[in-house]
Ligand binder design. Structure first.
Ligand code: 5GP
Length: 104
């Protein structure tokens, strides 16, 4: 079980910004910008390299949620979205998550 699944299951506390059936959005514990959120599918998928055709709708939903959260937090003028892929790509938690960063 990943640390993000423990957060989803409320076994570890976190600041939850948004949640629906498939996705949770939390504040990053070690923010690299004024706003630094993690948009996480509840389904445990280790890396972007592991996504299957059946996951494409879920991945699209991550971006849709990101856009809505950015608007609700008034940072939609500019923000950055990224995935780290693999340990050498800077990925520490092997449960895919979309980073949303803004300094607005
Ligand atoms: P990665 O390097 O895997 O792309 O990003 C993992 C992110 O998760 C890091 O930015 C790190 O600060 C954040 N993180 C790791 N553990 C926790 C935690 O327990 N709670 C929260 N809110 N963020 C975490």
């Amino acid at each position: 079980m990943t640390i993000f699944t423990k957060i989803i299951n409320r076994e570890i506390p976190s600041e939850i910004i948004f949640e629906n059936e498939k996705v949770i959005v939390i504040k990053d514990i070690n923010p690299q910008a004024k706003t630094h959120l993690l948009i996480i599918p509840k389904k445990e998928i280790p890396t972007i390299n592991d996504i299957q055709e059946e996951d494409t709708e879920l991945i699209a939903e991550l971006f849709f949620v990101a856009k809505n959260v950015a608007k609700n937090l008034w940072v939609s003028d500019w923000y950055k979205l990224h995935f780290n892929v693999g340990e050498k790509g800077g990925q520490e938690v092997m449960h895919i998550h979309l980073h949303l960063l803004s300094n607005i």
